[in-house]
Design a protein around this ligand. Structure first.
Ligand code: GZL
Length: 359
C-alpha cells in the first residue's frame, strides 16, 4: 500500500518568475536558484520525519487530488552544464504550465549517484505514479530499479542510459543517439583537418553513457574514415567548463602539435577555448574545436570564429517525458527507446541559427 503522496507545489518556483522552458518566451531563468528552491521543497517532504510530515501536509495541498493528477518524481543529476540547466528549466517550466494535471517532485542530486538513488527511494515511499531520471553513470542501478519495479512504479530514463543488465527494469529511455553524435563530430574534424592531424579528446563524466557512446562514435568514425588522424590524448573533463579548461591546459603543456579538440559537450569546449587563448593560440583557427549539445555559448563562440562545430543534443524533453509518463500511468506500453532528432551545426551556420537557440 503506497504511503499517501504529499504534493509538492511548484507555485513558489513559478511565483519567483524564474521558470523558462525551451519553447517559452520569458527571460532566461536564474536556473541555479530553481533546483535549490525546488530541491528544498522536495527534500523537506522527502526527509521530514513522520511528526513533521503532518505540518508539511498542512502547508502543501491535500494529496487527495493528486490521485487524479499525474505525479512524477524527477531525480536530476545536478547543474554541471548549460545543457543540464536547459533540461531542468524545461521540465520545471512545463510542469508549472500544467499544475492542473501534473505534480512534479524534483530533486537535484549534485552529480552524486547516491543522491539520485536516495531521491528515487523517496519517490517510491511517496508513492509517485512515475519516476524519471538521467542516470549519472550506467552502472549501480539494479537494486533501486528493482525496488521501483516491485512497487509498481514505471521508470523513464532521461537523456542517458543504464547497463544492459538493467534492460528489464525500466519502461523506456528518452534520449539522443550519442554514437551518431560522436560520428558527426568526427566527420567535422576529419573534413576541417583535410584527413590529417592530431586530435585531443575531452571526455564526459566517467561511466556516463553519453560519454562512453560519444567516444565510441567519434573514435570509430575516425579509425574507419580518417586513418591519418590520430587521437594523441583523451581524458575526462566531467562535462564541466572548469575541468575542461584545466585538462586542456595540461594537454597544451604536453603537446605543441594539437590540430583539433573534440569535447563531449560544449561546456568543456568553451573551457578549452579559454585555455587555448591563454596559451597564445587562436581557437577555431590554430586548433579546430568541435563539441556536442548545441548550447547558446557554442553558437556565440562560432560567430566569434573561436569554435568550428557542435552536434546538437536536445535537452527539451519535458513534453515527451510527461506525455510518456501519462501513457505509462494509464498502463500503455511505449517504445523502449524514444530517440531525439538532433541537428549538426558548423561555423557558417552559427549566425543564422543563434537567435533560435533556447538553452
Ligand atoms: C546528454 C547529457 C549530457 C550533456 C552534458 O544527453 O546527458 O550531460 O551532453 C550534460 O552537457 O552534462
Amino acid at each position: 500500500m503506497r504511503k499517501k503522496f504529499l504534493a509538492v507545489s511548484l507555485a513558489t518556483v513559478m511565483g519567483l518568475g524564474l521558470l523558462t522552458g525551451c519553447g517559452s518566451e520569458s527571460a532566461p531563468a536564474e536556473s541555479a536558484s530553481e533546483p535549490a528552491a525546488t530541491e528544498e521543497a522536495a527534500s523537506a517532504k522527502e526527509e521530514a520525519p513522520a511528526e513533521e510530515e503532518a505540518s508539511a501536509e498542512e502547508e502543501a495541498p491535500a494529496a487527495s487530488s493528486a490521485n487524479d493528477k499525474l505525479v512524477v518524481g524527477f531525480a536530476q543529476i545536478g547543474q554541471e552544464s548549460g545543457w543540464r540547466d536547459g533540461e531542468t528549466n524545461d521540465v520545471q517550466w512545463y510542469a508549472a504550465q500544467h499544475t492542473d494535471t501534473i505534480d512534479l517532485v524534483f530533486a537535484d542530486a549534485q552529480q552524486k549517484q547516491e543522491n539520485q538513488i536516495k531521491a528515487i527511494r523517496n519517490f517510491i515511499d511517496m508513492g509517485v505514479d512515475v519516476i524519471a531520471f538521467p542516470p549519472v553513470v550506467e552502472t549501480g542501478w539494479e537494486a533501486v530499479l528493482t525496488e521501483a519495479q516491485e512497487a509498481g512504479i514505471p521508470v523513464i530514463l532521461v537523456d542517458r542510459g543504464v547497463d544492459e543488465s538493467c534492460a528489464d527494469l525500466y519502461a523506456t529511455q528518452i534520449s539522443s543517439d550519442f554514437i551518431w553524435e560522436g560520428a558527426q563530430a568526427a566527420d567535422i574534424v576529419g573534413d576541417l583537418l583535410e584527413g590529417k592531424g592530431n586530435v585531443v579528446e575531452l571526455e564526459g563524466t566517467v561511466g556516463a553513457s553519453a560519454a562512453n557512446e560519444r567516444k565510441e562514435g567519434f573514435d570509430n568514425e575516425l579509425a574507419d574514415k580518417y586513418p591519418d588522424i590520430q587521437i594523441i590524448e583523451s581524458q575526462t573533463g566531467d562535462f564541466t567548463r572548469a575541468l575542461g579548461k584545466e585538462v586542456m591546459e595540461s594537454f597544451l603543456k604536453s603537446h605543441n602539435d594539437i590540430d583539433a579538440v573534440f569535447a563531449h559537450n560544449d561546456d568543456m569546449a568553451l573551457g578549452a577555448i579559454e585555455a587555448i587563448k591563454e596559451a597564445g593560440k587562436k581557437p577555431g583557427e590554430d586548433i579546430v574545436i568541435v563539441g556536442c549539445d548545441g548550447v547558446k555559448g557554442a553558437f556565440e563562440a562560432m560567430v566569434a570564429g573561436e569554435m568550428n562545430g557542435t552536434v546538437e543534443c536536445n535537452p527539451c524533453l519535458a513534453e515527451q517525458i510527461f506525455d510518456t509518463a501519462a501513457k505509462l500511468k494509464a498502463g500503455e506500453t511505449v517504445d523502449k527507446w524514444i530517440v531525439s532528432n538532433d541537428g549538426v551545426f558548423r561555423q557558417e551556420d552559427a549566425e543564422a541559427e543563434l537567435p533560435n537557440r533556447t538553452y
